[in-house]
Design a protein around this ligand. Structure first.
Ligand code: 1YM
Length: 666
């Protein structure tokens, strides 16, 4: 198939010197066996959309935009385009415009089909065209424009080439018009415009785009492709129109500066360290930007061909290996580590580091379930060689920076040692006390983690109601009290032995950090039950941060839940109704008419045991939210960026952006 596209491209080059108006005459004979195969191809996409775009939920929906933008970015990387404008138009129609050469409009010799038509109708078109430079861009699944076309109610493409405008329309992947030459396009130099409307038959959950989701992704793409201007506009609602322009001449160096500006931490050296190297065979390039901060967390984002490799891979491994080696070698050479001192660990040398790795390569192999892990082994050698050689030189040439970095790494090593001692102590204590559960825990009778749940409840009085109201067969209650530790601002050694967190750890039973073992969990659902106010939100955020940093597999496997207590009780006569949101209350008041009494719950403690059971704990009537990691790296970034300092103004952002909270009837 690639050869066909290639042929189309070459044909196009020939045609380019001739008369384009012939194109629409030639297309009548386009429907040969080949074309029929095309339709079958796109039908397969409509039958199993998940296979091509991962999901038909919001993530898949946004993926459509990325696929089209990726083609424009490829054009920019090829050096022909420097501006891409993405507009969300009314009715959630997406428009993407670039100022590149325009998708070729010339026809393929055997079939007479224009290249642009093939791009939108041939599965996997958009992979590799022409020779020479490698196509580096491409979404997670790298499937191209034809998949977007197949999953759109309609799609229109406009190409401006040599002053003429070409146009074609498709509906659900099928050509509705042949490529038309619409004559002169005055004032337009060149480029491609794609309009599409996602198909509601496919995206049943929603066809509404989130501006912020597109914004984050497009900003990231602008960082990864220095010098490309990417503009995002929202024109859905004339009164609330918005626009963002992303343009970074510094590329990933600017990315690191941006992250560290947002991070609630101080940088420990002024300049971002920037390394880059091309492989000798010309098949790949690697680029790294990094800067240390005084935070305790590492923030490492890696990309291969502009795709966020959330699960890391060979580029990350090469980087980590070389960093550990270069730092230890330097520390030995300059006697920072004395004889008999243990080597610095990888975690020590990366504590507080903000780092962006970007590699571009031919034939990238993405592995793992989510295809978000780079597998090409040659990249590990390229990256580690570059990091070792260039960092050796950098450290020797910048002794002041080196000193700041080593102060940080040595402090991390000492804290790690202290944490090890604290952990051993905690372990020994656990061994001594065998499986002593926290005194405050009101455990359940069942020992089957598939059916049990634990409610972690803020405050003793709410804890009391919860204990009274629960079904003790499968529901356990753990009340919490006192000030909660922000683990984002504390080193490991402070977390072990923390008197507020340890009861949570022992009750759940899986251990912590390195020792964590999900199979030992004592409950299937871990439910945070806190008031619906600011304080409750604070507790929820701190607990979620703790679970995310120290018990991540529990979050990833969907074991963490948030209880949803009602905000109001509306009474009419002898009947009570509960409202979980202001709208519910308003609707109730409207439906019930006059004579209603409204009680606002200020906290869980105001509910008696029976009310708490009815509204919040009874699986038959309650609603709960499950916490999911929407995007691990984004969560990581947001956690360290936002939890580093003051929690309060940031909590909402975390709840809404880092961890996705799903409505569930459980
Ligand atoms: C708004 C989306 O798709 N731009 C775009 C796509 C192509 C080209 C230029 C292009 C590529 C090449 C040569 C080449 C594509 N062309 C093809 C194919 N914007 C958008 N801009 N000339 C123009 O790859 O060599 C696929 S994508 F196959 F027709 F060459």
């Amino acid at each position: 198939m690639y050869e066909e596209i290639e042929a189309a491209f070459i044909t196009e080059e020939k045609v380019e010197n001739n008369d384009f108006t012939k194109i629409s005459e030639g297309v009548e004979q386009a429907y040969d066996g080949d074309q029929i195969q095309v339709l079958e191809g796109l039908e397969a996409v409509r039958k199993r959309p998940g296979m091509y775009i991962g999901s038909t939920g919001p993530r898949g929906l946004h993926h459509l935009v990325y696929e089209i933008v990726d083609n424009a970015i490829d054009e920019a990387l090829a050096g022909f385009c420097d501006e891409i404008v993405v507009t969300i138009m009314p009715d959630n129609i997406i428009k993407v415009v670039d100022n590149g050469r325009g998708i070729p409009v010339g026809t393929q010799s055997q079939t007479g089909v224009p290249a642009v038509t093939l791009v939108f109708t041939k599965l996997h078109a958009g992979g590799k065209f022409g020779g020479g430079s490698y196509k580096v861009s491409g979404g997670l699944h790298g499937v191209g424009a034809s998949v977007v076309n197949a999953l759109s109610e309609w799609l229109e493409v406009e190409v401006v080439n040599e002053g003429k405008l070409y146009y074609q329309r498709f509906e659900r992947g099928v050509e509705k018009s042949k490529l038309e030459n619409r004559g002169a396009a005055p004032g337009r130099n060149g480029g491609t415009t794609v309009y599409f409307k996602a198909d509601g038959e496919i995206f049943k959950e929603t066809t509404e785009y989130e501006y912020d989701t597109l914004k984050t992704r497009l900003r990231e793409q602008a960082f990864l492709n220095a010098g490309v201007r990417i503009i995002l506009r929202d024109e859905r609602d004339a009164e609330n129109a918005q626009e963002n322009v992303f343009f970074y001449e510094g590329g990933i160096k600017s990315f690191v500066e941006y992250l560290n500006k947002k991070k609630a931490a101080e940088v420990v050296h002024d300049e971002v360290i920037w390394l880059s190297e091309d492989a000798a065979d010309g098949n790949s390039t690697a680029e790294i930007a990094m800067q240390y901060t005084d935070s305790y967390n590492e923030l490492l984002l890696s990309f291969a061909n502009n795709i966020h490799t959330v699960d890391g891979g060979t580029h990350e491994e090469g980087f980590k290996r070389a960093m550990t080696r270069v730092m230890n070698d330097y520390a030995r050479k300059f006697n920072i580590l004395k004889e008999g001192d243990k080597n610095l660990s990888g975690d020590d040398v990366r504590e507080g580091l903000t780092c962006v790795i970007s590699v571009k390569l031919k034939d990238a192999q993405f592995e793992g379930q989510t295809k978000a892990k780079l597998g090409n082994t040659e990249i590990a050698a390229l990256v580690s060689g570059m990091v070792y050689d260039k960092m050796t030189v950098f450290l020797e040439e910048n002794p002041a920076v080196a000193r700041a970095i080593f102060d940080k790494a040595m402090a991390a090593a000492r804290a790690r040692e202290a944490a090890r001692k604290a952990r051993d102590l905690a372990r020994r204590k656990t061994a001594l006390e065998s499986s002593t559960l926290p005194g405050k825990l009101a455990d359940c009778i069942s020992r089957d983690p598939d059916e049990t749940e634990i409610f972690i409840v803020e405050g003793d009085s709410a804890g009391g109601s919860a204990k009274g109201g629960r079904d003790r067969n499968f529901q356990a209650i753990l009340p919490l009290w006192g000030k909660m530790l922000n683990v984002e601002k504390a080193r490991l050694d402070k977390v072990y032995g923390n008197e507020k967190l340890m009861p949570v750890v022992t009750a759940i039973g899986c251990g912590l950090g390195e020792d964590f073992d999900i199979s030992k969990r004592r409950y299937g659902r871990i439910v945070v039950m806190a008031d619906a106010d600011v304080d409750g939100s604070h507790i929820r955020t701190l607990l979620l941060t703790f679970f995310y940093r120290y018990m991540r597999p529990l979050v990833e496997a969907g074991h963490i839940y948030l209880a949803q207590p009602p905000l109001y009780r509306v009474t009419k006569g002898k009947k009570h109704y509960y409202a979980y949101e202001d709208e519910d209350r308003n609707r109730l008041l409207e439906e019930l008419g006059s004579g209603c009494d409204v009680q606002q719950y200020k906290g869980l403690g105001e509910m008696d045991a029976e009310q708490l059971w009815d509204t919040t704990m009874n699986p038959a009537t309650r609603s709960m939210k499950r916490v999911e990691v929407e995007d691990a790296a984004a969560a990581d970034e947001i956690m360290s960026v936002l939890m580093g300092d003051k929690v309060e103004p940031r909590r909402i952002f975390i709840e809404e952006n880092a961890l996705r909270v799903r409505d569930l009837d459980v």
